[in-house]
Write a protein that binds this ligand. Structure first.
Ligand code: SAH
Ligand code: CA
Length: 243
């Protein structure tokens, strides 16, 4: 401990350099920088979603704030979201893109989307959203039949069935423009990607863990993209297409 000036605890003591070492620190972020700046509509949608039995699936408030800023930073206009649920990440994106921006949003479940839709409408951004009910993969295949869709998207957020992420990536890489961004959500999969083999994991975590591990390996090895894995929410991997 002498080397760092006699601090009782240094980052090294934790064996990693992640900043997020406690629930208190996470609460601090939320209470200091996220909740006070969260748009009223997003707060309302978060509260509507909290009453739903699968509300753990929704993007966290800090994750929503991150997406909102990212889309503004890259000037995203033509975008896509795969996996909408009640629409929290969708609203974060819809608030970020310009008035004439577009989000093609897909989910197999329209009911959940309709739970959040009144809040999205009230926020005045519903006109930017085209919702398609049904599995996303056939929609992507259909889009790939038309040359004008190639390289047409500024941003894509993927937050649906983990077993299909690799299949999505194979298609999305042609739909996103060079310099555009694909964000894959849940790439740390509850921390299970680094869990010891005998760790007791929930069934839904076990069921998709191998798919997430495979995806992370494939993204790291893909020369068409630059990547950045962020420990925000359940892990978000940003992929910037470079060729
Ligand atoms: N992005 C949302 C959370 C999405 S949860 C948020 O941040 O709040 C994952 C969603 O993926 C669920 O709503 C589920 O219905 C949807 N989904 C599952 N399989 C799908 C598929 N094949 N195509 C499109 N959506 C799918
Ligand atoms: Ca997610």
């Amino acid at each position: 401990m002498e080397a760092n000036g006699g601090d009782k605890m240094s980052h090294q003591d934790f064996g990693h350099k992640s900043l997020l070492q406690s629930d208190d620190l996470y609460q601090y972020i939320l209470e200091t920088s996220v909740y006070p700046r969260e748009p009223e509509s997003m707060k309302e949608l978060r509260e509507v979603t909290a009453k739903h039995p699968w509300s753990v699936m929704a993007t966290s408030a800090d994750g929503g704030q991150f997406l909102n800023m990212l889309l503004k930073l890259i000037n995203a206009k033509n975008t896509m979201e795969i996996g909408v649920y009640t629409g929290y990440s969708l609203l974060a994106a819809a608030l970020a893109i310009p008035h004439d921006g577009k989000i093609l949003a897909m989910d197999i479940n329209r009911e959940d989307y309709e739970l959040g839709l009144p809040v999205i409408e009230k926020a005045g951004v519903a006109h930017k959203i085209e919702f398609k009910e049904g599995p996303a993969l056939p929609v992507l295949d259909e889009m790939l039949k038309d040359e004008k869709n190639y390289g047409s998207l500024d941003f894509i957020f993927v937050d649906a069935d983990k077993n299909n992420y690799i299949n999505y990536h194979k298609r999305l890489i042609d739909l996103v423009k060079i310099g555009g961004v694909i964000g894959y959500d849940n790439t740390l999969w509850g921390g299970s990607v680094a869990a010891p083999p005998d760790a007791p994991l929930k069934k839904y975590i076990m069921d998709s863990r191998d798919f997430v591990l495979e995806l992370n390996k494939a993204l790291a090895a893909d020369p068409r993209i630059e990547i950045c894995m962020l420990p925000i929410g359940d892990g978000v991997t940003l992929c910037r297409r470079i060729k």
